[in-house]
Design a binder for this molecule. Structure first.
Ligand code: NAD
Length: 317
């Protein structure tokens, strides 16, 4: 069988597939040429991350295609139900990247609380007086210890975020459509563990009580956080979105930053990917990353192996 890894695959995933007898093609075929490429080369398995779209047109017109694998979590770039109706196997790697995304949340959060992204932009020095001036402007950061993080979407990633937050002495409240009572098991390096109950609240309450809010829901039809929600938040709140662009209203966020209601924000995902609004990119109160939540070496290794295992299992090898 032929596998096209259109958004790449880790070395160990590739090795596992090759050893099982698959031909693995690692190549970036443009969206426009993808259908023809699959047909011309008799591709049986299409592997994608978030960049490649797999819509009805490909599903209907590529008879050799038997499986679609998504390296990562969100499957909004694939017409999943339609593909399954047509008999294709469609799968993702839900657990492989959770801790990487959670760590990125804290990379942004620690940076935001001390305005690191802002000071990094302004540090190139022009003498002693400039240094003193900057020292003054970046004083007054906040500690995370003792503050409350509100986690919206308490699934795999939300729970990993909670673990790190608890580990550094933060209070955690969570909101999730499908989670009533919640508990987190904190596991330590020496294999000891403790269970900690987590307070859950509806989003409408959580937003009033959190010092920082982190979003971990799947793609939504309309934003969960818009102007009305931000209005109810604490003054000086920090907002982090590593979920999907549309879950946070970007214009409402920019207005709230301008009005100093929101002290900082961090975004890994955008309404318009891969061309986020320039107003976001230029705003010094927003810490930015280019959708790299899952892009650690460790997560990519786990993703590649998990994809290979599923392909091998579905192929009955
Ligand atoms: P998950 O399915 O384990 O958890 C999502 C949770 O959100 C579920 O518990 C669900 O009940 C809850 N939820 C759904 N709609 C909600 C709503 N309106 N209000 C409150 N809760 C709601 O998924 P996960 O593995 O934790 O991933 C979460 C999202 O993170 C993914 O869907 C994906 O969009 C995003 N993600 C981003 C990156 C990145 O690179 N930045 C990487 C992986 C995943």
């Amino acid at each position: 069988m032929k596998v096209l890894a259109n958004d790449g695959i880790s070395k160990s995933g590739e090795r596992k597939l090759t050893e099982a007898g698959f031909e693995v093609i690692i190549k970036k075929v443009s969206q426009e040429q993808l259908k023809d490429y699959i047909n011309d080369n008799g591709i049986n398995v299409l592997l994608v991350r978030s960049a490649t779209k797999v819509r009805k047109d490909i599903i209907d017109n590529c008879p050799s295609l038997k499986m679609i694998g998504r390296g990562g979590v969100g499957m909004d770039n694939i017409d999943v139900e339609y593909a399954r109706e047509k008999g294709l196997k469609v799968f993702n790697t839900p657990a492989a990247s959770s801790s990487s995304v959670a760590e990125l949340v804290f990379a942004h959060l620690f940076g935001g609380a001390r305005q690191l992204y802002h000071s990094n932009r302004n540090m190139p020095l022009e003498g002693e007086s400039r240094f003193k001036e900057l020292k003054k402007s970046y004083a007054g950061g906040t500690e995370l210890r003792g503050k409350t993080i509100g986690i919206i979407g308490f699934g795999r990633i939300g729970r990993e975020v909670a673990k790190i937050a608890l580990g550094i002495g933060m209070k955690v409240i969570a909101s999730d459509d499908h989670v009533g009572e919640a508990e987190i098991e904190l596991e330590f390096y020496n294999h000891q563990s403790i269970k900690i109950p987590i307070k859950t609240e509806p989003v409408s309450e959580l937003i009033k009580h959190a010092d920082f809010i982190s979003l971990h829901v799947p793609a939504q039809n309309k934003p969960i956080i818009g102007a009305a929600e931000i209005e109810k938040m604490k003054d000086g709140v920090g907002i982090i979105n590593t979920a999907r662009g549309g879950v946070l209203d970007e214009n409402a966020l920019l207005d709230a930053i301008e009005a100093e209601k929101v002290s900082f924000a961090a975004l890994d995902v955008y309404e318009n990917e891969p061309t986020p609004a320039i107003r976001l990119l230029m705003n010094e109160s927003i810490s930015l990353s280019p959708h790299i939540g899952a892009a650690t070496t460790e997560a990519q290794e786990r993703i590649g192996i998990e994809l290979a295992d599923q392909i091998i299992a579905h192929a009955g090898k």
